[in-house]
Design a protein. Structure first.
Length: 331
């Protein structure tokens, strides 16, 4: 899922793959690239491989941008650097953005990377949780900070949360494997992958398949940036679009780029490959096939608004601004 590490400024991969083109542009008299920071929502991993590809292959350089990818983590929230202007764009989630806007932050959601929310309930085949109605009577391991997520799932599916035993746990599969809990609240792309790497089969109930329609890995920018830095926003999102298209076309190359650019991140290659594969159906949909990466429609916005209301956030469709994507995907 999403501890901060040092700022990433690696240019070795760019020099190998896209640097020659960028150097040619500068040699031909092009202006110096404009610095821009993309604030990620968590530690470096294949979760952001499309961005790594955009950087490594020089996609942003072609648009005149020198993009820094800033890792996030529990001590590096996304919203403050974006609202202060230190980051042009942040990778957030609709509920975090809604909470920030309620406190006065001037944010707009300008793109949606994960078309389906990755939150899931993971269990073992001998005692499976395959639908929300299987949760009563079960012990669920989770961080208490995620109580609103479980409450929303129960509300959306008519499940009595008082019949579920909440067990505070660290973010690990160990309590499930030790029989201390019956299931875990997690992301579908991490703890089930960690178990699979150990040769343990699990059952993953994706909450998005049961009404939890909350947009995740969303791109946020400020109203001021939308007014004054539109060309940079278009260039950054165009690079993201190209990077994620390349990711989808070659997952092995995406994993290789991730490992090459972040050798100090202690990433397991096999786990990264599994995660890369499991991200695909969350990030690409019929909507993105028809309209392009990151797209959102009036219908998907309304579904998210309904889920946000269950979570206690009152927002309007004005929170979303599709104008940058419309320019990126024009034609």
């Amino acid at each position: 899922m999403r501890n901060g590490r040092t700022h990433l400024t690696r240019r070795g991969a760019l020099a190998l793959t896209g640097g020659a083109a960028a150097a040619g542009m500068l040699g031909a008299g092009a202006r110096a690239a404009t610095p821009a920071t993309l604030q990620l929502s968590w530690l470096h991993s294949v979760q952001f491989a499309g961005s790594y590809i955009a950087q490594a292959r020089g996609y942003w350089a072609e648009d005149g941008l020198d993009v820094t990818l800033a890792p996030g983590g529990p001590n590096a929230p996304v919203e403050p650097p974006v609202v202060s202007g230190r980051a042009l764009v942040g990778v957030s989630a609709a509920d975090y953005t809604a909470a920030a806007v309620a406190q006065g932050a001037p944010f707009r959601i300008i793109g949606v990377a994960m078309q389906k929310n990755p939150f899931a309930v993971a269990s073992l085949p001998e005692n499976p949780v395959e639908r929300p109605q299987d949760l009563p009577g079960k012990r669920i391991g989770m961080a208490l900070a995620n109580m609103p997520v479980l409450e929303a799932l129960c509300t959306l599916n008519g499940v009595d949360i008082d019949r579920i035993e909440i067990v505070p746990t660290q973010y690990s599969a160990a309590p499930l494997l030790a029989g201390e809990v019956d299931c875990l609240l997690c992301w579908a792309t991490d703890l089930p992958v960690a178990m699979a790497v150990q040769g343990v089969e699990s059952v993953t109930m994706l909450m998005a398949d049961h009404g939890y329609a909350l947009q995740s890995q969303t791109y946020i920018a400020t109203d001021e940036s939308l007014r004054t830095r539109r060309a940079e926003l278009v260039g950054l999102m165009r690079g993201e679009t190209r990077g994620w298209a390349a990711y989808r076309a070659d997952l092995d190359a995406a994993v290789a780029t991730t490992l090459e650019m972040h050798p100090d991140a202690n990433l397991d290659p096999r786990a990264q490959r599994m995660q890369a594969e499991r991200q695909v159906p969350l990030m690409f949909s019929e909507l993105t096939e028809a309209r392009g990466f990151g797209w959102f429609s009036a219908a998907t916005v309304e579904e998210t608004i309904e889920t946000l209301a269950v979570l206690g956030h009152d927002v309007s469709p004005d929170l979303w601004d599709r104008s940058i994507l419309e320019e990126v995907h024009a034609g």
